[in-house]
Design a protein around this ligand. Structure first.
Ligand code: ZN
Length: 342
């Protein structure tokens, strides 16, 4: 499903919820008119989520299913970690190349070829590097890794394309079934779930992050939801070898119905109808300078600004929101299709 179709569906659902809300309000108004409630109830205080504080010398690892997810979710948090003596490593699971509408708009072609999709992926990687550089910290403070797994295919890798028992997944866009050699961390890696989980476990074991940021499993994009399960599986593997290893895990969310681009507020409220996990929602306020820098970094994603600037703008607010998952022990493969058809 294209992003536009997804949004249309979300908006339709939201419209239904809004109708129900209006109906409830009208009903409540009628009841009040029929009864005699003399006292006006005190106005409800708008509850603020607690603030997340960055510990000094944090080793932050951000899992980004596509180039731009790291900046949308944590452009401010990454700046704060770097400014307080920490280090950042961004792991891009895919190049974001499986996006027909984006390639059509960028290349002015009606039917993109595999070469067009691959070229689009390379362009998005260049943008990711430029966006990280725009945060204003030297390359010695941060690093990034492109794993080059198939955009739009990660959910299938959690089950159907898990192991060598069957052929590796082949991207319907780039026609590749493995990352290029230059991007491979574990030898012989192909587009299989087992291989992606092993690469993530290797990166975690080497980098030893103290904080990992990863999408929530409730994120309605299949790649984002799958990213959670791959990360959880990888941490479970690392703990088998290093039982003393502990890491703080925070979740972010990017795709959830029509959140967050339907309102014009400067503050980013958590998605309505979604609970804040084990911690409740955590708010991370950005300074005005951090907001300006995040906006400048997002603008480096010109391929994405071309087709959905309104979506990217929805995340350029005065705060970011995170939540903690409940304690987990995940082992893939799953018997169910966890994240497909979200
Ligand atoms: Zn994404």
């Amino acid at each position: 499903m294209s992003i536009a179709e997804r949004i249309q569906r979300m908006t339709a659902r939201r419209g239904f919820v809004a109708l129900v809300s209006v109906a409830c309000c009208l009903l409540s108004f009628d009841l009040q008119a029929a009864g005699t409630p003399k006292r006006r109830p005190a106005p409800r205080q708008r509850q603020q989520a607690p603030i997340y504080d960055v510990p000094e010398a944090t080793r932050l690892m951000v899992i980004a299913p596509h180039p731009d997810d790291e900046m949308l979710s944590a452009g401010g948090l990454m700046q704060r970690v770097l400014a307080t003596g920490g280090t950042v490593r961004v792991v891009y699971l895919t190049n974001g190349d499986g996006y027909p509408e984006g390639v059509q708009a960028e290349d002015h072609v009606e039917s993109p070829t595999a070469a067009d999709y691959r070229g689009y992926g390379r362009q998005r990687r260049r943008e990711a590097r430029a966006a990280l550089a725009a945060l204003g910290f030297g390359p010695s403070k941060y690093s990034y890794t492109f794993l080059d797994f198939p955009d739009g295919g990660l959910c299938l890798l959690t089950r159907s394309y898990w192991s060598e028992r069957r052929a590796a997944f082949r991207s319907p866009y780039t026609r590749l079934d493995r990352p290029p050699k230059a991007d491979v961390i574990v030898p012989d890696t192909e587009y299989r779930g087992e291989d992606l989980a092993q690469e993530l476990a290797r990166i975690i074991g080497d980098f030893r992050p103290t904080l990992i940021l990863v999408p929530r499993k409730e994120d309605q994009h299949g790649d984002h939801c799958a990213a959670w399960f791959f990360l959880a599986d990888a941490i479970t593997s690392v703990r088998r070898v290093h039982p003393d290893y502990s890491v703080d895990v925070l979740n972010y969310i990017v795709h959830f119905y029509s959140w967050p681009f339907e309102d014009e507020e400067r503050r980013l409220a958590p998605p309505p109808g979604l609970r804040g996990g084990a911690s409740g929602w955590l708010r991370f306020p950005l300074t005005p300078a951090e907001q300006r820098t995040k906006r400048a970094a997002l603008s480096r994603y010109s391929t994405q600004m071309l087709v959905m600037d309104w979506f990217l703008d929805g995340f350029a607010r005065s705060n970011e929101v995170f939540s903690r998952p409940v304690p987990f022990k995940v082992m893939l493969p799953s018997r169910h299709n966890l994240c497909c058809e979200q």
